[in-house]
Ligand binder design. Sequence first.
Ligand SMILES: NC(=O)C1=CN([C@@H]2O[C@H](COP(=O)(O)OP(=O)(O)OC[C@H]3O[C@@H](n4cnc5c(N)ncnc54)[C@H](O)[C@@H]3O)[C@@H](O)[C@H]2O)C=CC1
Ligand SMILES: O=C(O)C(=O)COP(=O)(O)O
Length: 409
Amino acid sequence: MMQTSLAKDKIKVLLLEGVHDSAIQLFRHHGYHNLEILQTSLNEDELCEKVKDAHLLGIRSRSQLNERVFAAADKLIAVGCFCIGTNQIDLDAAKRHGVVVFNAPFSNTRSVAELVLAEAIMLLRGIPEKNAVAHEGGWLKSAKQSFEARGKILGIVGYGHIGSQLSVLAEQLGMHIRYYDVEDKLPMGNAQSVPTLDDLLTQADIVTLHVPETEQTQWMMGRRQIERMKPGSLLINASRGTVVDIDALAEALSSRHLAGAAIDVFPVEPKGNNDEFMSPLRGLKNCLLTPHIGGSTLEAQENIGVEVAGKLVRYSDNGSTLSAVNFPEVSLPTHATAQRLLHIHKNQPGMLNAINRIISDNEINVAGQYLQTDESVGYVVMDIDGDNGANILQQLKDIPGTIRARRLF
Ligand SMILES: NC(=O)C1=CN([C@@H]2O[C@H](COP(=O)(O)OP(=O)(O)OC[C@H]3O[C@@H](n4cnc5c(N)ncnc54)[C@H](O)[C@@H]3O)[C@@H](O)[C@H]2O)C=CC1
Ligand SMILES: O=C(O)C(=O)COP(=O)(O)O
């Protein structure tokens, strides 16, 4: 088995936000025993302190990793998002600091789609309010404002992995699917795309949001968009809290312009389970509130644990950046005999020349060389013969423009 230049018991793995035990088992199985495991997220100051000696960091959707955190994380080589979204990370800052970021792009897709479908049915039947009233000793037995899902129009905003999976499930219930996406997307079954968000809002009985958090999607469901929704229609948000103007939503639910909503994500979420959840939506009986658990099933979390920990271990052990979200992707064969040098640098002229000069000046035989670049960063991996790796590594580190360099042997 290949070794890393640092003994594995010196490689510190910091895991936040209660990542699944499957990840911990996988790290241990591969010889990583220096694990610090926390159940909650950390605020910026706490993070800056904790990341100082971490080589690998695992987070979920809550931890905010910005320039200041990366600047404090001298030793960090990779971050694993044990979730889909990567909006909580300044991906460019990570790259500038030579930190590779991975995620699990579809291990919890099905869990979100199932929850949203269930919520659509619950909202159509007015269950949040009937449930709340029954808990207070009331009895709201009535068919008023209660509907079957069959024949209703489900409007999906963002027809990616989750949106299209939901489309398939909802159509099996006899719902009619319309979707709006900024990209051309293959319609599943009988789903139909609509040209604008406004078209979707004015046609749908239920609008459900499945976009990532970007500049374009921030507050994309504002007061005006909510007003454009059909009177008595329903809104579901299991994407990101910043996609919906929560005050405007609270008003629309109070006035009953919207009959109901199911909200899983919020502009500000508690750090962990012991903190208070604050929201203008609290107390609105026609609003189903869930604590960001769209992807929180045991199946999804177990799969995510194996997937993302696997990507971190592969990068640490072997240098492979396959499926990284912020970095040039290099898929590497395992190489048991040669030493492997990994060099991350600013993508500037003369860099490859400088690397190759060191190789030729030292009369090193290169058994394999792999290179990928993007507009700002280059990643070179070299398998070299001989036992001069430590010396070569130091020379590589001294090249101006070097961001990070490592040796595996
Ligand atoms: N509540 C939860 O626990 C979970 C929430 N999520 C959230 O769901 C989001 C979506 O996940 P996936 O479907 O896997 O992502 P995806 O990347 O497969 O799909 C997103 C779709 O949104 C579209 N899109 C982007 N900007 C848009 C815009 N301005 N207007 C319309 N469409 C736009 C994209 O073209 C893409 O088709 C994630 O980014 C994450 O934030 C994901 C998993 C669990
Ligand atoms: O996968 C995602 O993007 C999610 O929002 C789920 O986040 P979580 O792992 O539950 O914090």
